[in-house]
Design a protein around this ligand. Structure first.
Ligand code: ADE
Ligand code: ZN
Length: 323
């Protein structure tokens, strides 16, 4: 089995419909507005975000989150993952009535349980939600820097990228950078190449979540390659959300050929009928990547991981040698 690494998955978006239904039973809630026949109901990005928010609202205490992280990471390990980073959202926890500290402690407990069971190494990236506004994204950044949880190693921003300007969020990213957190930001998914350029110019991330619409501007693609910016690509998500009209039109192979550092991730797997292993399969089937090329993708991901040097070296040593 190819060893894999995940850099881009939203923990609330990793909860499968059956787990969400169990949570709904626990809290006496009705899921008929966003789950039908064992699947999430959505038809575009806005309705996807609404279903996602509704599902997230059913994880309400520390133990709910411990189970969610344990469940996600153990199934990822079964797919061959040796490392995973996932996005956390203190705003979603607060909306569900839980403090960001208890939320993060619960997730950390789930990470420890998954590691004890499977050996999978993992870290958290605290995110702000762009369309919740500048104040809440800055609060998320402050939380990330002060929470004291060593498994939090990154800061990012998700949500509706067409909301506001990248420039508005400079302070949030400065707070995170000053605390030496790894920086990633969603851009170039529903916004075009300009959104990627704005994110690079103003927020100075090491990685971009998606970033795939950069392909619309050849000069920007050259810049991404030259500066070694890593694009956390999630082709299954992009095709499900109709960012591209099928895998054959997905720019992953063009970005790779242009020398950009690209990785493969699952984003919100049960919403998009995907998984990390499926993303690797899509790349094999649709983008022509063989085992050697897939191993190189995993290596790129681990090299770009927001993890201490010693752990990174140990993870890299587990990968097959580059021939
Ligand atoms: N939050 C969860 N999934 C997301 C996505 N694909 N884009 C932006 N924000 C998200
Ligand atoms: Zn995402």
């Amino acid at each position: 089995m190819i060893l894999k690494a995940e850099l881009h998955c939203h923990i609330e978006g990793a909860a499968a419909p059956d787990l969400v239904e169990r949570q709904a039973q626990k809290y006496g809630a009705d899921v008929s507005g966003f789950i039908a026949d064992g699947a999430f109901i959505w038809h575009d990005f806005t309705s996807f975000l609404a279903a996602y928010d509704a599902a997230a609202n059913l994880f309400r205490d520390e133990n709910d989150y411990a189970r969610l992280a344990e469940h996600y990471l153990t199934s990822l390990a079964r797919e061959g993952a040796i490392y995973a980073e996932f996005f956390t959202s203190p705003d979603h926890a607060e909306r569900a009535g839980l403090s960001p500290a208890a939320y993060t402690a619960g997730l950390a407990e789930g990470m420890r349980r998954a590691k004890a069971k499977t050996g999978i190494e993992s870290r958290m990236i605290v995110t702000g939600v762009r369309h919740f506004g500048v104040e809440s994204v800055e609060a998320a950044a402050r939380f990330a820097t002060r929470c004291g949880e060593p498994l939090v190693t990154g800061f990012g921003m998700a949500g509706e990228e067409r909301f506001g300007q990248a420039e508005d969020y400079v302070r949030a990213f400065e707070i995170a950078r000053e605390a030496k957190l790894g920086i990633t930001v969603h851009a170039g998914e529903f916004g075009g190449w300009e959104s990627v350029q704005d994110a690079l110019d103003h927020l100075k991330p090491a990685r971009i979540g998606h970033g795939v619409r950069a392909v619309e501007n050849a000069e920007l693609v050259r810049r991404i390659a030259q500066e070694g910016i890593v694009l956390e690509c999630c082709p299954g998500s992009n095709v499900a959300l109709n960012v591209f009209d099928g895998f054959d039109n997905h720019p992953f192979p063009r970005l790779l050929a242009a020398g950009c550092k690209v990785t493969l991730s699952s984003d919100d797997p049960p919403y998009f009928a995907t998984s990390l292993a499926r993303e690797y399969d899509f790349a094999r089937q649709h983008f022509g990547l063989d085992a050697k090329a897939l191993n190189a993708i995993t290596r790129t991901a681990i090299e770009a991981a927001f993890v201490d040097k010693k752990t990174k070296a140990a993870l890299l040593a587990r990968l097959p040698a580059m021939k």
